[in-house]
Structure formats: structure tokens, C-alpha cells
Design a protein around this ligand. Structure first.
Ligand code: ARG
Length: 280
């Protein structure tokens, strides 16, 4: 009897047993696995050099408005999420290749991006601001036409300056992160930086080693940040939108906003309107 069990038959037996086990216990789950298994932890990628939206803690964790927001959205939307830090230029490729499931990185919703990715409902309003050294004479975007200007590569700031100077202008200095562009402004390598208001403003307040000031241009178009999923991933997108709606309704959004920006959203909007009215 024992002799009959050659290695081969034992192997074959094991395989058929395993298959039988699989077909029994996993067959019903197979349809669900086309969608995401319920316990899968979604990976949300951000370029964590963009405080206060995303930056790294000394312990190597992603923190910021976006990090808190996506946790709260996930909780209400019924999924689990963890954040990873990714270079800006790899963010969307990584999403498409499945390295991540979501991108939350202060990403502006644009028509061009909508061709290749899906966006949630808008979750934050922003605009481009010009940062210059305090003694600069720059008063508008037009004044940057022939100046060396720093931008973060491939951002909407890059787009604005590319439109002004031409995409291939040698005066556009492109950096991997916005803080690197700001450092170049401080050291005199560029005459200005064009970037998202919240982030250049935060840098001025918290990191600046030189006297800088901000210039708002009247022609700046309002931008909206959205959470990004792979094109066609409506299952996750619906959860994200449901989560967003729920945290707006129950006050969680305002709480997170206040934590990172110091003022409730409505009050902040009113204050910035008052400030720009005062400066006009
Ligand atoms: N809002 C701008 C854009 O979408 C800049 C975003 C940069 N985000 C970042 N985490 N570095 O192009």
C-alpha cells in the first residue's frame, strides 16, 4: 500500500485536495475579488513635500490636511487606507500601475488630467500665487514674462508659467518639490516662484530664511483639489465621494480644516476676501 504513494501521486493528491478546497471556500469570493476584498487596505499616495497638505513626520509618516482628510473619508466611506510618500512625477503612473489605489496630494482637477484619471468631488479651493523676495518690483504675473521663475515640475504652477513664457523657455526653472523652488528663490537663483497659495504661504510663515512676499494676480483662475482614483474605478470613487459628503455633513471636515489652517473654512474665506479687498 505504502509503495503506491510515490512522490508523484502524493503531489497530485495534494494538488487536487488543494484545488477542491479552493473551489469550495473561494468560489463565492471570486466574484468579490474582481472588486476589492473588504479587508484590503487602500494605498493612498502623496508627494509629501507640500505642507500643510502633506509632509513627513520625523518618524517617517505622512501627515497633513490630506492625510487626516483621507483617513476620515475612508472611515465614513467604509474602507481602510494608509498613506505612502511618492515623488510627484511618479504619482499618476504609480496609480495606473496599481502601486497605489488613490492619490491625495493637493491635486488640482484639470480637464487634461480628467482624460487619464478620475476625480472625486472637489474638496479644497486653491489658486496660484507669486512668491518674490521682499525687495522685488514684481506686481503681476505679466511681470514674470522675462524673469527666471521657479515651479514644481508638472504642476498647475508650471502650466501657468509655461503659458506665459512658452513651455520650452529657459527661464522656467523646474524643481521636484515646491520647497526646493522656494529655496532657490531665497538664494537668488530665481526671481519668483509660482505655486499653490496654501503651500507658498505656509513656507513663508514657517520655513523662510529670507524676507519674501506674496503677489496675487487678478487673472489667477480658482482651482479645486480632488482625490484621484484609477480611471473607471467607480467602486472606490463612490466610497470616496460618500465619505467626503459624510465628513462635510457631520463637521469632521471643518475640524480637520481648523486643525491645519487655524480658521473654519467659511471664516477663512471671508477673511481672505476682506484681506484682498483691503489690499486693493
Ligand atoms: N495643485 C497643484 C497641481 O495639482 C500642485 C500640487 C502639488 N502637490 C504636491 N503634493 N506636491 O498641479
Amino acid at each position: 500500500m505504502q509503495a503506491i504513494f510515490t512522490r508523484r501521486t502524493v503531489f497530485a493528491l495534494a494538488v487536487s485536495l488543494a484545488l477542491a478546497a479552493c473551489s469550495k471556500s473561494e468560489a463565492p469570493a471570486a466574484s468579490a475579488s474582481a472588486a476589492a476584498p473588504a479587508d484590503k487596505v487602500m494605498v493612498a499616495a502623496a508627494n509629501a513635500n507640500f505642507a500643510p497638505f502633506e509632509s513627513m513626520t520625523p518618524e517617517g509618516k505622512v501627515q497633513g490636511f490630506d492625510a487626516d482628510l483621507i483617513q476620515a473619508v475612508a472611515e465614513k466611506g467604509g474602507f481602510q487606507v494608509r498613506m505612502v510618500n511618492t515623488p510627484w512625477e511618479g504619482l499618476f503612473n504609480g496609480l495606473n500601475q496599481g502601486d497605489s489605489d488613490l492619490v491625495i496630494s493637493a491635486v488640482t482637477i484639470t480637464d487634461a488630467r480628467k482624460q487619464t484619471m478620475d476625480f472625486s468631488e472637489p474638496y479644497f479651493e486653491a489658486k496660484q500665487l507669486i512668491a518674490v523676495r521682499a525687495d522685488s518690483g514684481v506686481a503681476s504675473l505679466q511681470d514674470l514674462k522675462d524673469l527666471a521663475v521657479g515651479v514644481q515640475t508638472g504642476t498647475t504652477g508650471d502650466e501657468v508659467v509655461s503659458k506665459l513664457q512658452g513651455k520650452t523657455s529657459a527661464n522656467i526653472k523646474r524643481f521636484d518639490t515646491t520647497p526646493l523652488a522656494m529655496k532657490e528663490l531665497e538664494s537668488g537663483g530665481v526671481a519668483a516662484v509660482v505655486g499653490d497659495n496654501g503651500v507658498v504661504g505656509h513656507y513663508l510663515k514657517n520655513n523662510s530664511t529670507t524676507q519674501l512676499r506674496l503677489v496675487a494676480d487678478d487673472t489667477a483662475v480658482p482651482e479645486q483639489y480632488g482625490i484621484v482614483v484609477r480611471k473607471g474605478n467607480t467602486e472606490l470613487l463612490n466610497k470616496v465621494n460618500a465619505g467626503l459628503q459624510a465628513i462635510r455633513a457631520d463637521g469632521t471636515y471643518d475640524k480637520i480644516y481648523t486643525q491645519w489652517f487655524g480658521d473654519a473654512p467659511v471664516a477663512a474665506a471671508a477673511a481672505s476676501t476682506a484681506a484682498s479687498a483691503a489690499s486693493n
